[in-house]
Design a protein around this ligand. Structure first.
Ligand SMILES: [Zn+2]
Length: 447
């Protein structure tokens, strides 16, 4: 956090206190999403809605399935002609095994200046920051220029069908006028070594293609000649998919990321130079290579196999699942390549599919996000990046909303944000939350 007076912005002590309390109390409301509908966000949704209502807003609670509650509220801006901005955070968390943790994952304990628990970085921290900022505005009567739509969602950690998917499909009217959105997985400190602090802002997400492969063969005795063995056909296809080296495909966001990160390492990278070798360049970027290496190409990892029931019986049927991801614009190539890799004996279909996203890094919004971070950490450097996985932004993109990953946190050296995501001992420093509130407040005031 900037120490110089005057650089701290208009955030008051109450907002700083509230962001810590809200993070801790939201963690204490166990919203574990075990998948398959096993989750109940309602108590957390009510908690958030009460705090929005106390700030003079009129939150709406929405459920497709009882208990799977979403909250939406709109802050009217001063300029009715301006496009609206969506600020969203999910309320559910992934499971946590208490025995593995130093502090109970649903205690929300604040110990030595650190808030502990599941959701501390993904993403009850951001939910708490949003609440703290809008309540601070209510105390002074501040109104933003753009309409700001706040959404707290259910079911992000599973299918989003009870959360952002439901909101986008059934309640589009609540998001009228929204053209851009901000949410999780961006603007955290990434320590790149040699004292270099990066703040990756997400400006894109790879698409998801979870595949089901099926081989049909001829069932029979395991001792007989069988040229139509489903297990052999499936295994061969799975091996080809797992071994496939996807070609490099540099999208605009990743191009900007590589160029900017390289420049911060004192390397001039000309990606258009004939013979440019991205792997060679990444090898020179040290830890920062992790910000791009998963998003320079499509990927396809076999994850599940199922066939047979007895060692001397050849089954007539074998199935496998593959976790596929595609870079923005890479879906046609993904499909054609899978057709080729599976071959004529194995069919494949999308078991689950989500679009890839790309947000412009030359847009005014991106410049404002960048400026807000650098104002409060003048030694930090924002860089764009593409997420290797996906968020609720995919669902909201159906409403024409361009999403950025922006949940600002200033983290000390040794705090590996990406390892804490869904990890054991998830926690967030109080100072990081304070920084986040100041940056979010400033960005939203200038948005
Ligand atoms: Zn998340």
């Amino acid at each position: 956090m900037a120490d110089a007076p005057g650089l701290l912005g208009p955030v008051d002590q109450q907002a700083l206190d509230e962001v810590v309390t809200f993070t801790s109390e939201l963690i204490r409301i166990d919203t574990t999403n075990r998948g398959g509908g096993d989750c109940r966000e309602r108590p957390a949704a009510e908690y958030a809605a009460e705090r929005l209502a106390a700030a003079g807003l009129e939150p709406t609670l929405l459920e497709r399935t009882p208990g799977r509650t979403n909250v939406v509220a709109r802050i009217p801006g001063t300029d009715p002609s301006a496009e609206a901005l969506l600020v969203h955070g999910h309320l559910d968390v992934v499971p946590a095994e208490a025995a593995d943790w130093t502090v109970h994952p649903f205690s929300g304990e604040v110990r030595d200046g650190v808030v502990w628990g599941r959701g501390a970085v993904d993403m009850k921290n951001m939910d708490a920051m949003i609440l703290a900022v809008v309540r601070g505005w209510a105390r002074t009567g501040f109104r933003p220029r753009r309409d700001i739509v706040i959404a707290f969602t259910a079911d992000e950690e599973d299918s989003a069908e009870d959360g952002s998917g439901f909101l986008a499909d059934r309640h589009a009217e609540l998001f009228a006028g929204c053209t851009e959105g901000i949410s999780e997985s961006g603007a955290f400190t990434f320590h790149a070594g040699h004292g270099l602090s990066l703040y990756p802002i997400a400006a894109g997400e790879r698409g998801t293609g979870w595949l089901k492969l099926t081989a049909e063969g001829r069932a029979g005795h395991g001792s007989k000649v069988n040229r139509a063995n489903a297990v052999s056909a499936l295994a061969a296809a799975v091996a080809r998919i797992g071994a496939y080296e996807w070609p490099i495909r540099i999208t605009p966001t990743v191009r900007a990321a590589i160029t900017e990160i390289a420049a911060l390492h004192g390397i001039t990278a000309d990606l258009d130079e004939p013979g440019f070798d991205v792997a060679q360049l990444l090898a020179k970027l040290g830890p920062a290579a992790a910000l791009v290496e998963n998003t320079i190409r499509n990927s396809s990892n076999p994850t599940m196999l199922d066939a047979g029931y007895k060692v001397n019986v050849i089954p007539g049927h074998a199935t496998a699942f593959v976790d596929g991801r595609m870079v923005p614009g890479g879906e046609d190539e993904f499909r054609e390549t899978l057709d080729r890799l599976t071959g004529p004996e194995v069919s494949w279909e999308y078991h689950h599919r989500e679009v890839a996203l790309q947000a412009p890094v030359d847009a005014p919004t991106y410049a404002k996000l960048r400026a807000a971070v650098e104002r409060f950490d003048p030694d930090g450097h924002t860089v764009p990046y593409c997420m290797s996985g996906g968020t609720d932004a995919k669902q909201f993109s159906r409403l024409g909303i361009t999403g950025y990953g922006f949940s600002p946190l200033k983290l000390p050296v040794g705090f590996d944000y990406q390892a804490l995501f869904h990890g054991v001992d998830e926690r967030v420093p109080v100072d990081a939350l304070h920084f986040g509130v100041r940056v979010l407040d400033h960005y939203l005031r200038t948005a």
